[in-house]
Write a protein that binds this ligand. Structure first.
Ligand code: PLP
Length: 443
């Protein structure tokens, strides 16, 4: 397992994060436990901000809150001066409840409900990223009712799809998101905005993929978007003020992954921008990283329970969590690495597979982990679980969601309480007719 941020092995031979011995964290907060390295989260945000500050671009960096959205996380984002991208009323509500300033929030999503649009308008968020024609009409109608003009970006699908190590160009992108560039849908949307006294179009958005390890896809996206910007100026006299190039910057889940530093992506984008635009037509550049801000900062701690060896086949080591707290391996074969936190200085000597405790054969966290001799009661630490783990957590098998703690400088602080059994039934209702009858005492 790669040691990210402040993770290290301490004098006792235990995994330490943020100056906290993970075996102490387990004793204090229980397992499974999401541990977030606060200083690493802050460092990643600063790396994006500082990389832009070193260019001559106007910019905003937004944290894509879907990767990990909690009140305390919103506070970190606010303190570091980033914008926040939300994709639902729940994420918006979380941000506002954390006193995140509305003028630094913008709203994404391919099916914003009337209630979501209304809440965003009433809160006075910075803008909406409009995804389709239905939504343009909805935004216009609800803003008109309120006597408002609504600032928007148009989400486009530029026909560039980036994958981890390469990218593909697709003529017509088959995606549920955004206005298609190739077929002229974007141009039609621009025309509708130009004719509207309510829709205030400020620019365009695209997001080319996730867990991207190279810069070529971003360069290509800039070139495509520059073409669109030029076209809209010539055809409609429209001046693009903002170009949002999305997120998707890769992180190191496994030793084989070789992500670039945030500064490399920003430099490549800045270079592509200065090539594609003259100084006076250069838009403000927005990015919206999610995974690369929080992913490497997260570690999940589990307690090892049962161990089952099938001679000559495989040794299964089961932990007290699984696909309810980390859905990604089951959802898309995501790979993770782990160590034994209480034996972090011991030599690995056996290959085992880490199973969850949920009732699905597919509930496997890691196939073939190379670990020191594993015993029941050991603490297993799975690295790189900060993004799309807590945010995808669920209650399958009526498993309570784990607690989340921030660690930094030897301190650990609870930021999400562990769900209780009462929490699990708190929304359940028994209709009167199904309630257990008290049997009248026989006389
Ligand atoms: C998911 C998403 C992001 C963040 O992606 P990461 O891979 O976590 O950086 C940014 N923008 C949009 C539109 C997204 O859907």
């Amino acid at each position: 397992m790669h040691f990210h941020g402040t993770s290290r092995i301490n004098e006792k031979g235990h995994l330490e994060i943020g100056g906290c011995d993970t075996t102490d964290l387990v004793r204090r907060w229980g397992t499974p436990l999401y541990v977030m390295d606060e200083n690493l989260i802050r460092r990643r945000m600063r790396q994006f901000m500082e990389a832009f500050e070193a260019t001559d671009l106007s910019f905003q960096v937004a944290y894509a809150s879907k990767a990990f959205s909690t009140l305390a996380m919103c506070r970190l984002v606010e303190e570091e001066g980033l914008f926040l991208d939300v994709v639902s009323e729940g994420e918006l509500y979380t941000a506002l409840a954390a006193d995140f300033p509305a003028e630094r929030i913008y709203f994404h999503g391919n099916n914003k409900t009337p209630s979501e649009v209304a809440r965003g308008l009433d809160a006075g968020i910075r803008l909406f990223v409009a995804d389709n024609f239905t939504e343009l009409h909805l935004l216009e109608a609800l803003a008109r009712e309120r006597g408002l003009r609504v600032p928007i970006l148009l989400r486009t699908t530029p026909g560039v799809e980036a994958h981890t190590h390469d990218y593909i160009q697709t003529g017509q992108e088959d995606s549920k998101f955004g206005f298609d560039l190739g077929s002229g849908q974007v141009q039609e949307a621009v025309r509708q905005c130009m004719e509207s006294d309510i829709l205030h179009l400020e620019g365009f958005h695209c997001h080319i993929g996730s867990q991207i390890f190279e810069v070529e896809g971003f360069r290509l996206a800039v070139a495509k978007m520059a073409e669109l910007v030029r076209h809209c100026r010539e055809q409609f006299g429209f001046h693009t003020e903002i170009l949002n190039l999305g997120g998707g910057f890769g992180i190191r889940y496994s030793e084989g992954d070789e992500p670039l530093e945030p500064v490399r992506y920003v430099e490549a984008i800045a270079q592509a921008i200065s090539q594609a635009f003259s100084e006076e037509e250069r838009p403000e550049i927005w990015l919206e990283p999610g995974r690369s801000i929080v992913g490497e900062a997260g570690t999940t701690l589990y307690e090892v329970g049962t161990i089952k060896e099938i001679p000559g086949v495989r040794k299964y080591v089961a932990v007290d969590g699984g696909m309810n707290d980390n859905l990604r391996p089951a959802l898309y074969q995501a790979t993770y690495e782990a160590i034994l936190a209480n034996k972090a200085d011991c030599e690995p000597e056996e290959t085992v597979s880490i199973a969850g405790k949920l009732c699905e054969t597919g509930d496997m966290l890691i196939w073939d982990a190379y670990l020191p001799a594993v015993e029941s009661g050991d603490v297993l630490a799975v690295g790189c679980t900060g993004a799309y783990n807590y945010s995808m957590a669920n209650n399958y098998n009526r498993m309570p969601r784990p607690a989340v703690v921030f660690v930094a400088d030897g301190r650990s602080e609870l930021v999400v309480m562990r769900e209780t059994l009462d929490d699990l039934i708190s929304q359940d209702v028994i209709p009167e007719r199904l309630k257990r009858k008290t049997i009248p005492a026989s006389s």
